[in-house]
Design a binder for this molecule. Structure first.
Ligand code: BES
Ligand code: MN
Ligand code: ZN
Length: 503
């Protein structure tokens, strides 16, 4: 999608469709007598012609003002656009870039399904112009993605050109749009990887895609196979990989901009299980097809490295993906086996389905050996995080309050919801083993936490964040602003997080 900035009046903007946001100016009230109070709807623009053409509709009582409601008018009088699409953004008081991003996605999905290829979006008054442009361009990219790759009747409808109508310094707005486009394209790049089924996204293919991307954006990329993994004594990673006929891939992407200080070095480590059968502790058949997205954390790191390489923040970043299948076979590890991780820690395998923490154990340790001073991992790690937080928040776990502040700030800028869960020392008792240093599962309760406690054993004292994206990496249903399928969650936050270190 091409994005351009028009510093002009919305009414004068020629396009197939002009999109504007409608906000409810009425005060929220809990007073029962005021429950029936009509919304006070206004288009969020100072353009009098746009307000005039929307006035009858907004005053008709037919528009509720609820978030994502759409109303399309043809041949709007006084506008150069062929259509006016009004999208409601809920209460003006609550309206932020979070809603705006999703409204832009809604606009894309509403218009592309009507066969429209280009449109103009009016940056709403009330949000600083550069922030608004970023949210609109990112959200439009998210909306433009559809996962129906292998359908013979795939329409492949896409918006080709988006014009954001805004006021302000054109060069600054264009810079914001260009950066947002990089982020949006990188998020969709990640979603493309996650969307592929496991027969078309083996560890080798994932590594090839990473190599190709790195070559395109000028990143160093190293891919290591079984012999290297064994030689490095990555016993935790190998214990998962040994059961599969598909060779694993340990992917290392390096971004080292000229002029960056020697420290910090950020390490982004992703779980790259291209298919999780559970191994010998095999999963039930029902829903197992979903386990093709168990490499979403890894794909997020590959996409994040793409964005970082193009945005060029002055900070060193290393991206690591531990890619393998988790399969049952005559070579597969078995419950009760003891494995020695690269760090030297011994692990009693209780459940071979708790494989993500095993591959990440060696990924995190290796990141430290490479000199990373700050670590973030992203993983579809536990069903338990879905029990705890549902589909609307990813789980944050960290051993460092400053790291929490950084990721929380990044979440807010990026418009991604994540929620911190505890990591107290007491939880470690649940993964104590009688035969080895630790067990790879911690029993039924607090499963997302005990999984994170396991990872903490390998992050040790290095400031570290673990993002459990099991409930958020895949949209179970489509929404007005996003298709069903891979969400690309965490990529935008990670990019903001990295930028936060660049001064
Ligand atoms: N990949 C799964 C976690 C998962 C579950 C991701 C649902 C996405 C949706 C992970 O490898 C796994 O199997 N975890 C087990 C751990 C258990 C055996 C301790 C789980 O959550 O059941
Ligand atoms: Mn598993
Ligand atoms: Zn898994």
């Amino acid at each position: 999608m091409k994005t351009t900035i028009a510093v002009s009046t919305p009414a004068e903007t020629e396009s197939e469709a002009l999109v504007a946001v409608v906000l409810d100016q009425s005060e929220p009230s809990t007073d029962a007598a005021q429950k029936d109070k009509k919304p006070n709807l206004k288009v969020a623009t100072s353009d009098a012609a746009v307000q005039a053409v929307a006035a009858d509709l907004l005053g008709s009582g037919e528009v509720s003002g609820k978030l994502f409601e759409t109303n399309l008018q043809h041949k709007p009088a006084g506008l150069k656009a062929k259509r006016l699409l009004l999208i409601s953004g809920g209460r003006a008081k609550k309206f932020s870039t979070y809603e705006l991003r999703r409204i832009a996605g809604t606009a894309v999905r509403a218009l592309k399904s009507r066969g429209i290829r280009t449109f103009a979006f009016v940056a709403p008054s009330g949000i600083p112009a550069e922030d608004g442009v970023r949210a609109i361009v990112e959200g439009a990219h998210v909306g433009n993605f559809d996962p129906d790759y292998y359908r013979s009747d795939r329409k492949d409808q896409k918006i080709d050109t988006l014009t954001v109508v805004a006021s302000g310094d054109k060069a600054a707005l264009e810079k914001a749009a260009g950066e947002a486009q990089i982020v949006g394209e990188s998020q969709n790049f990640t979603r493309d990887l996650v969307n592929e089924p496991s027969n078309r996204m083996t560890p080798t293919i994932l590594a090839d895609r990473a190599k190709k991307m790195c070559a395109e954006v000028g990143l160093k990329c190293e891919v290591y196979g079984p012999e290297w993994i064994k030689a490095k004594k990555m016993g935790a990673f190998w214990s998962v990989a040994q059961g599969s006929d598909e060779p694993p891939a340990f992917i290392v992407m390096t971004y080292e901009p000229a002029g960056a200080p020697a420290k910090p070095v950020l390490g982004l480590v992703g779980k790259g299980i291209t298919f999780d059968t559970g191994g010998i502790s095999i999963k039930p058949a029902d829903g197992m097809e979903k386990m093709k997205y168990d490499m979403a954390g890894g794909a997020t790191m590959i996409g994040a490295m793409r964005a970082v390489a193009l945005l060029k923040p002055k900070v060193k970043v290393v991206g690591i993906v531990c890619a393998t299948e988790n399969m049952p076979s005559g070579k597969a590890q078995k419950p009760g086996d003891v494995q020695i991780a690269m760090s030297g820690k011994s692990i009693e395998i209780i459940n071979t389905d708790a494989e993500g923490r095993l591959v990440l154990a060696d990924g995190l340790h290796y990141a430290k050996l490479l000199g990373c001073t700050h670590l973030v991992d992203a993983a579809t790690l536990t069903g338990a995080v879905v029990v705890a937080l549902g589909y609307n928040n990813a789980g944050i776990f960290t051993n460092d309050d400053n790291m929490y502040e950084r990721i929380h700030k990044a979440n807010e800028k990026a418009g991604e919801k994540m929620w911190r869960l505890p990591l107290d020392d007491e939880y470690k008792e649940q993964i104590r083993s009688s035969i080895a240093d630790i067990m790879n599962t911690g029993g039924r309760w607090g499963g997302a936490i005990t999984a994170a406690m396991f990872l903490k054993e390998f992050a040790e004292d290095t400031p570290w964040i673990h993002l459990d994206i099991a409930g958020t990496a895949w949209m179970e249903d489509q929404k007005p602003w996003i298709a069903k399928g891979p969400s690309g969650i965490a990529l935008r936050s990670l990019v903001e997080f990295v930028k936060g270190f660049a001064g």
